[in-house]
Design a protein around this ligand. Structure first.
Ligand SMILES: [Zn+2]
Length: 243
């Protein structure tokens, strides 16, 4: 409840002031045209190893970059407009090429949705669908099963939580526990905001795969995380140096 009040106050306060570009600080929008272009044009999908669950897993940028900071702000704040802005940038930089694919948003915990009033990944996917003129479709194949929030949890706890976090949306399941043929033949892309340990996306991928998503004919199952932590480098100690 405290969070809800905090967010409402923030929305009212924000409404009276113009936004600043998250990249360069220019007054006007969440992102100025120049920064938007810069991020889209420099976006390069990079592979993530994903334990054989996905045909391919990729991320679009590091968490400490402008896009990563925007994702973070969108994830923990009430700034709904930011989701649309993120969608624009990743549509230009990546999803424009994904014509014909279906996007499966990773469902956000109900607690988060309650606090902020929206599911940011659903919003991002919906906006991509709109920008693509329906060439890329958002299909909510997954829903939240249990309300576990994994911020700060250890790797083991995360794995356990991830297993119980999402389930198939029964709306799309036939009596055989499989999705309709159209979805089995699809190029399905599971979309999430951040790849941390990958536990939640991998578990969600297993659930989609079990239901047959992207498993038939030319179908495929991909994972795209908007951002990922930068790999930590081990400190190099030269001879004679003391840590
Ligand atoms: Zn800018």
């Amino acid at each position: 409840m405290k969070n809800v009040i905090k967010n409402v106050v923030k929305i009212i306060v924000n409404a009276g002031f113009p936004q600043r570009c998250r990249g360069c600080g220019e007054v006007g929008n969440f992102l100025c045209d120049c920064c938007k272009k810069y991020i889209s044009e420099n976006m390069k999908a990079q592979r993530i190893e994903a334990e054989g669950v996905f045909d391919r897993a990729e991320f679009l940028g590091f968490r400490d970059e402008i896009l990563g900071e925007m994702v973070e702000e969108c994830k923990y704040g009430p700034t709904r407009g930011l989701a649309a802005e993120i969608a624009k940038v990743i549509y230009e930089g990546y999803f424009r090429e994904a014509s014909g694919a279906i996007l499966v948003p990773m469902p956000t915990s109900r607690k988060h949705v309650r606090e902020r009033g929206f599911d940011h990944m659903d919003l991002v996917c919906r906006e991509i669908e709109r920008l693509s003129g329906g060439q890329v479709r958002r299909v909510r194949l997954l829903e939240r099963a249990r309300d576990t929030v994994q911020v700060g949890a250890s790797s083991e706890v995360r794995k356990k939580q991830a297993k119980e976090a999402v389930k198939m949306n029964p709306k799309y399941l036939g009596g055989d526990g499989q999705v309709p043929r159209e979805l089995r033949r699809a190029k399905a892309i599971l979309v999430d905001d951040v790849w941390t340990t990958g536990a939640s996306m991998v578990e969600a991928g297993k659930i989609l795969k079990e239901a047959g998503v992207g498993s038939f004919g030319d179908g495929s199952l991909l994972a795209v995380a908007i951002t990922k932590n930068r790999p930590r480098r081990k400190p190099v100690l030269r001879q004679g140096e003391i840590d």
